[in-house]
Write a new protein. Structure first.
Length: 136
């Protein structure tokens, strides 16, 4: 079962994260700026389907993109998956089991080969209809 993500701390700085846009106006002059991971996670919105939808920049393919340290731009779903689950080999793709490209919920993603990802996307993969898919 998926943990209660609304009370989960940032995996980087361990500060509590709220899934709402960060309000910099509430910061006083003595408060440090949140870490990059906190700022990234603040742009995710939990919707009724359980998806963590990205509310930042979207690339031409419909995936969320953001700057992260050490990279000019990265796909958000991959960054979030690696923060909460495990590192993904460069040869593997992350399949969106919910079929929502803007979703970054690591429990809606599965690391698969490129070929498997293509097969699932172009055919009637059971997960697309929810028959064999249980979203948390």
């Amino acid at each position: 079962m998926q943990p209660n993500v609304k009370s989960r701390p940032c995996p980087i700085c361990q500060e509590p994260i709220a899934f709402e846009r960060f309000n910099y106006a509430r910061l006083n002059q003595n408060t440090a700026r949140p870490c990059w991971a906190c700022r990234l996670l603040q742009k995710l919105e939990v919707v009724s389907s359980g998806c963590w939808e990205w509310r930042g920049a979207i690339d031409r393919d419909g995936y969320g993109v953001a700057r992260v340290p050490g990279q000019s731009a990265a796909r958000v779903h991959r960054v979030v998956y690696e923060m909460y689950r495990e590192t993904v080999a460069k040869a593997l793709h992350l399949d969106h089991l919910c079929r929502n490209r803007a979703c970054s919920n690591p429990f809606h993603l599965e690391a698969v080969s490129c070929g498997e990802n293509i097969r699932r996307g172009n055919t009637g993969y059971p997960g697309a209809t929810g028959r064999d898919l249980v979203l948390r």
